[in-house]
Design a protein around this ligand. Sequence first.
Ligand SMILES: [Zn+2]
Ligand SMILES: [Zn+2]
Length: 375
Amino acid sequence: MATKRDYYEVLGLSREASEGEIKKAYRRLARDHHPDANPNDHGAEERFKELTEAYEVLSNAESRRAYDTYGHQVPRGGGGAYPGGDPFGGFQDIFEAFFGDRFGGGSFFDGGGRGPARGADAQVEVEVDLREAAFGTDREIKVQTVKNCAVCDGVGGTESHVCGTCGGAGAVRTVRQSLLGQMVTTQACSACDGRGRVIDVYCDNCRGSGRVSEVESRTLRIPSGIEDGMKLRISGGGHAGEPGAPPGDLYVIVKVKEDPELMRDGEDLIHRMRVNVVEAALGTDVEVPTLNGGSEVRIEPGTQPGTTLRLRGEGMPRLRGRGRGDLKVVVDVMVPTRLTAEQRDLLEKFGAMSGEETYNGTGGTFFDRLRGVFR
Ligand SMILES: [Zn+2]
Ligand SMILES: [Zn+2]
């Protein structure tokens, strides 16, 4: 295909033809030139293709406007300027679509052929601490993504001409006979890389690739209550798609740093509180670290190791729903390890004067007390 005929000329219409006239002209010509109706005429298939392409472009208001403005020189990559892309992709179906009951007046090529591909998804990781995860925070993230070159609109060149191999379709169709009948396959044109156009003057900005890599900064809202490993999706924040196709999405994986004092257990938090054996026996007030700073907690006289105190509503905010979990304070009792002679003496005296009744009512074993901590 050397030079393309004007689409209006192909359909025998004036530039002012109405939608109805275009449809009518195509219907008539397609019937006359369909290859099945002209088995011995080898030019019929070419003419039918030409008709179909002309109809496909002119029957869609958007691509017709582009054609009226740019003619066959419409800048396109992979058929992007014409909705549906490859005008030959639906060749096999078009006759059926046209004369069958599937003809609905829109593009024949919806769902047929290969359209321009959507961009790839991008992924970044951010790390927040436990308090940021609890109450949410704004975080500036930098993402490197591939964008369409703004200078050449993603085409790769500032000057180009229609590909002679595929006639601008960006795809080539192969017809061969098989046991099952005619097999039609459509492949991206290798001469133009599926762009439909061969580049004469390459774009300096993107060195002909049509793509540029950009580092983009954006502010991300980390929602309150987020858990380690959760993914946030930013629709359209990924890599650019082929011209005419949408970009991919950006996924942000949130890592929550471990806190030295507060361990997460779902929506609850656990703090291990160490008191010494005297404090556990006599009772004491301790300062427990919380997400909001700290809270004073009473350790009752006779508190056993593994005893769990619950601070209602001092846990993590619920990601979905209201309120917060609890902060569970697990009491750990320290037993002295280095005793002076005098201390040893006192403890021995204490031992001698205490018996079973001293330890009465300690209630259950250590493991029983600990059981309530983990769900
Ligand atoms: Zn460029
Ligand atoms: Zn080509």
